[in-house]
Every structure is written in structure tokens, then in C-alpha cells.
Design a protein around this ligand. Structure first.
Ligand SMILES: [Zn+2]
Length: 610
């Protein structure tokens, strides 16, 4: 087992710039000390995703995601810590000299899921060349996919057996929990599972790092309904973010970058046919309709896209939906219309690459494609109005004003309407939306995920952590002098506070980004990143003297509540003792001590302050 030396990890962390890392996938706009953009982790129209470069952290006020540059890459790319470090090292040209450790590091769940997928891929791939896989192999070869292609893309075959894969899995290594999460099995009962993929040709789906994270399984049944569905695909898992991964993009990303454009197709075989025919700047939606996450993934490599879906009605409808999604993400879109009976796979089997290139070269831009497709409906003023409403509903979601303006010009031209008319229609719809509170033109009304604090004590605890996180040393000293972590009542706040105390003991300062290097749950990261952002805000807004005053007030609240709790418990004990006719004298002395203590707490800081 090799590991990255600590010094290198430190070097990577020091170099990792949250703003650079996030900017690659999120368009950020500066507002004060923070940057805001649309959250890549949840769907939203108003930016609530924020990055603070000086703290080196991000936080989404909408969904609560938070962390540093490394956790951002881990979450966004669905990769583990080591992979994320490697990615950053690559990016900043930091050399990693792997250290041999000898002993096997305990494997995390993510690593196990990857391993399970490798195991499955190898088994399926092996089987397609076995006796049992003969029909699958014949099927593919008959459709023009050679053995070389099958080997290159690790295409496989899952036999018609309920436990084909399950039997091969080492139960000592992969817990039932991991098996269930992998999405490769269906739990029968207890520790018994059966295979999800049976009697299907298997297409492994890679993430951008080249790891197999999911599979698509195709039936060879001429009547697909008889065997469930033509395709079944892996469900979402901790390593597979369905709407973010395009099939084949791992293979084609360099070609897409080199070529400056990506052809987007629908199916696995469409991709394979294109790629192996020499049209290598291609990627396929893997079993789902195109989403804005897919668009974002593509945007890392190119801004030009060409949709090439099935020629039939369904395919052309899907082209419309995908086109608007890509456009809204700021990508240029063209659309190829294949003959009605063709998909890219069948087209390239019956036509030459030159034929295809001609279609490609002459592909209209998406708006032209869209209007052409509806041209015949636009016969009356009423139908024109209806069409305009439909297109305006899409246009208002295009955020880039330049892109939108260009499209408005185009639409006006094609429909023989004035640009002003279309623009006024856009403004009208925007106003209407604003009236219903769903406008994208109101950046300050964000659907906020809120932290629920039940009691004044919890609120005080929250406030105290926030105050310490302003990284104003006297505040940290005051709070830690009076409160130990175990005196906190809120479980998450207690954990956060204890980590902070440990850090202050250690280094005397809080480095916000490095706080996220610890193990935290999703909910804890939500609290921590929210606290850090609020602390930053507080620091700007308030004078030090006020912050100290607040800290003292909050300490009193927490201590008083603790003492109050002790008094309550003691009263109970006295009651019980009295009932049992036991001696209560000691308890009563204790009670009066506690009462005195509570009084003292109330005046804890008055002598100092006044
Ligand atoms: Zn979010």
C-alpha cells in the first residue's frame, strides 16, 4: 500500500485555491468578501452557493453543503480523499513520491465500492468470451462491434443467473451494507442478495478519473418488454452521480478538447459506433435524459456542442429538451437531424463517415433547428403567439445576456417579429414570475436551509462557536476559560466546539479550511461551514467590544442552564429522600450551594464589565 507523504499533502493543501477550484465548474460573482454562484449540488435559480477565498471554504445557503477545496473536489467528482489530492497535485504540478507503508490501510467504503465495480467489470468481461457469453458476443459482432472494440471498452456479459456476481464476492471483505450501496445487487433477505444485472450485455461506465462507477445493461431480447426493459442501469450510489456522468467522456475528453466541440448522442452503442468510426469527440447520456449537471461536465472541455439523437419523433423531442438545457448553461448548441428511421449507430452502419461529416458540417444551430421543426405550426397569428410564449419561457432562463440577445435577434428574424416585441414579452414574463416570488432577478431571496436551535441554551452555544470562529484571540480565551466541550448540550455543536478547543490548544489559531480535514458528517459540515460564514460576517459588522459582551452573555446562559439542571435533579433527589424518610441535610446544603453558584453565574461578568 502506498501513501502520499505528509509534507506533500501539506504542500497540496497550501497550494489549493478554493476560488480556482470552484471557478472551474461554477460561475462566481464577487459580492463583498465572498463570491456567489449557482450551487453545483442542488438545482437552483438564485445563487446561494458561496465561496470565501480568505477562509478557503465554501458553503451553500440553499442545501447546506460546505467544506474546503479538497472536500469540494471529493463531493463534486464523487472521488475519495486520495483521488482528490492527486487531482490537485496534477493541477498544480506538484510531484507525488509515493511512500510504501507495507501494511494495508483500512479501506474506506468508497474504495470498496470501486473495487467491487472492478471485480464485476472483470467478471462480466471475461464471461463474454466464455461459452455462456457466446450469444452476446455473436450479437455484438453481428452488429459490427469487433472483439477489439469489446476489449477496448471492457464490454461484458452478465449470465442468466441470480447469483453470477454475488457468488464471486468475498463476504468477509464486502459487508452487506457495501453490497447494498453498490447498486449491483438487490437484497433478498438478511445477508442474501441477488444480482441486479442478469442475461444482459454490460457496458461499464467510467467517471472522469477512469474508474468504473456504474453499468448499463442491454437485453438481447428482440422483444425488450419481455425481459423488463431494453436497458437497465445502475442506480445512484456514493460513487455514481447519475446526472453528472456522460458515457464515454472519459475516453473522449481529450479529443473533445482538441476538437473544440462535443457530439452528444443518446446510447452506448451510438457512442461506440461513432468513436470507433473515428468520430472521437463524442459522449453519451448514460441512461438518463441530459441534465444541467451533464452540461456542466461538458463545459469543462468545450463550449461547443452538437446534439445527434435518434431521428424519430422521440429523439427529436429529446433534442429539444437537451438543447435548451445546454443553452441555459451557456454552451453553443447545434443539432443534427438524422433520417427518421436511424440512430447514430445504424446511420454509420449504412453510411460513410464522410456522409456523417456532411451532416455535421451543415448542422443548424439549435434555435434554427427548433424553429424549423415547428415552422409548419406557425400558420396563424394565434399559433405564432403561442409559440413565442413557449420560447420566451425558455429564453428567460438563459442567464448570459449576450447569448440571450443573440437568440432574441435570431428568433425575431425567423418569426418576422421585432426584437423589441420579444424583449417586452421576456420582461412581462419576468415581472409575472417576480410577482409569484420565483424570479431569478432577485438575488437576495434565497431559499435558505436553516439550522434548527430549540432552546436559548442551544442558541447561546451556537453563538459562542461563531464568536470563537471570528478568530479574535481574546474571544477564544474567554470562552474556553469558562466552558468545556462536555458542558455543551447540542451534540453537533459539542463536537465542533471540542475540535476547535483541541486546535486552539495545539496551534493557538483556527485555520478554517483545515477544520474540514477532520471526519465530519454531512450535517456537521453544514453547521460548520454556516458558522464560519456567519462568523466572517459578524467580524465585519461588529466592534470587538460588542463581541466580547455577547460572548460573556452567552457563557452565562450556558452555565446558568447547566446549574439550573443540576438544581432540578437535586430537588428530585431530595423529594425521593424525604419520601423514604432519609436524611436530607447534606443534599439541602448542596442545594443551597448550587443556588449560590447560580447567583454567582448571573453576576459572573458584571464586576469586570461595570
Ligand atoms: Zn446547494
Amino acid at each position: 500500500m502506498a501513501r502520499i507523504p505528509n509534507a506533500t499533502i501539506e504542500q497540496i493543501k497550501a497550494r489549493a485555491d478554493i476560488l480556482e477550484v470552484v471557478s472551474e465548474v461554477v460561475q462566481l460573482r464577487q459580492r463583498g468578501r465572498n463570491y456567489f454562484g449557482l450551487c453545483p449540488f442542488h438545482e437552483e435559480k438564485t445563487p446561494s452557493f458561496s465561496v470565501n477565498p480568505s477562509m478557503g471554504i465554501f458553503h451553500c445557503f440553499g442545501c447546506g453543503k460546505g467544506g474546503n477545496a479538497i472536500t469540494f473536489i471529493m463531493e463534486y467528482e464523487k472521488i475519495d480523499y486520495i483521488e482528490a489530492l492527486k487531482r490537485l497535485a496534477d493541477r498544480y504540478h506538484i510531484r507525488i513520491d509515493w511512500e510504501e507503508t507495507g501494511e494495508d490501510r483500512e479501506q474506506g467504503e468508497i474504495a470498496l465500492l470501486y473495487e467491487l465495480h472492478d471485480l464485476a467489470m472483470n467478471l462480466y468481461h471475461q464471461q463474454i468470451f466464455s461459452e455462456k457469453g457466446k450469444s452476446a458476443l455473436d450479437y455484438l459482432i453481428q452488429r459490427g462491434f469487433s472483439r477489439e472494440i469489446i476489449k477496448q471498452f471492457k464490454i461484458g456479459f452478465a449470465t442468466d443467473d441470480w447469483e453470477n456476481l454475488f457468488r464471486k464476492v468475498d463476504a468477509a471483505k464486502f459487508s452487506p451494507g457495501v453490497l447494498e450501496k453498490s447498486g449491483l445487487f438487490v437484497r433478498k433477505e438478511g445477508t442474501l442478495f441477488y444480482d441486479r444485472f442478469r442475461n444482459r450485455i454490460i457496458f461499464p461506465i467510467h467517471n472522469l478519473a477512469g474508474r468504473v462507477v456504474a453499468f448499463g445493461g442491454r437485453t438481447m431480447d428482440a422483444n425488450p418488454e419481455a425481459s423488463g426493459a431494453k436497458y437497465i442501469n445502475s442506480a445512484e450510489t456514493p460513487i455514481y452521480f447519475k446526472s453528472g456522468i456522460l458515457y464515454g467522456l472519459f475516453y473522449s475528453k481529450d479529443q473533445i478538447q482538441r476538437f473544440g466541440a462535443a457530439v452528444i448522442v443518446e446510447g452506448y452503442t451510438d457512442f461506440l459506433r461513432m468513436y470507433t468510426s473515428g468520430i472521437q469527440n463524442v459522449a453519451a447520456g448514460s441512461g438518463t435524459a441530459l441534465t444541467f449537471h451533464h452540461a456542466k461536465a461538458l463545459k469543462r472541455f468545450t463550449s461547443q456542442t452538437v446534439l445527434c439523437y435518434d431521428g424519430d419523433e422521440a429523439g427529436q423531442n429529446a433534442t429539444e429538451r437537451a438543447g435548451f438545457i445546454l443553452m441555459k448553461e451557456g454552451l453553443d448548441v447545434k443539432a443534427i437531424s438524422l433520417p427518421q428511421e436511424d440512430d447514430p449507430d445504424s446511420y454509420l452502419r449504412t453510411h460513410s463517415v464522410t456522409d456523417f461529416n456532411l451532416l455535421y458540417k451543415n448542422a443548424p444551430d439549435f434555435i434554427t433547428f427548433y424553429i424549423n421543426r415547428h415552422q409548419s405550426e406557425l400558420t396563424s397569428p394565434a399559433s405564432k403567439t403561442l409559440f413565442l410564449e413557449k420560447i420566451v419561457a425558455e429564453l428567460i432562463e438563459i442567464r448570459n445576456p449576450v447569448t440571450r440577445e443573440l437568440i432574441v435577434q435570431q428568433v425575431a428574424d425567423r418569426l418576422r417579429l421585432s426584437e423589441e416585441l420579444i424583449n417586452s414579452q421576456i420582461r412581462f414574463v419576468q415581472r409575472q414570475k417576480a410577482a409569484y416570488g420565483t424570479s431569478s432577478s432577485k438575488p437576495d431571496t434565497v431559499e435558505e436551509k436553516t439550522i434548527q436551535l430549540k432552546s436559548p441554551v442551544e442558541k447561546a452555544e451556537y453563538e459562542l462557536i461563531k464568536l470563537i470562529l471570528t478568530d479574535n484571540p481574546p474571544l477564544g480565551e474567554i470562552v474556553t476559560a469558562y466552558l468545556k466541550p462536555e458542558q455543551f448540550s447540542h451534540a453537533i455543536l459539542k463536537k465542533i466546539y471540542s475540535r476547535i478547543v483541541a486546535r486552539l490548544d495545539d496551534t493557538k489559531s483556527i485555520q478554517p479550511a483545515s477544520l474540514f480535514d477532520d471526519e465530519w458528517t454531512e450535517q456537521e459540515k453544514f453547521y460548520l461551514s454556516r458558522l464560519l460564514f456567519e462568523a466572517e460576517h459578524l467580524k465585519e459588522e461588529s466592534a470587538d467590544i460588542d463581541l466580547q459582551r455577547t460572548a460573556k452573555d452567552c457563557i452565562v446562559v450556558v452555565l446558568a442552564a447547566e446549574t439550573e439542571q443540576q438544581i432540578k435533579q437535586l430537588r428530585e433527589r431530595i423529594k425521593v429522600a424525604e419520601k423514604a424518610k432519609e436524611d436530607t441535610e447534606k443534599l439541602i446544603i448542596e442545594l443551597s450551594n448550587l443556588r449560590r453558584k447560580r447567583k454567582e453565574i448571573e453576576h459572573l461578568f458584571t464586576a469586570i464589565a461595570e
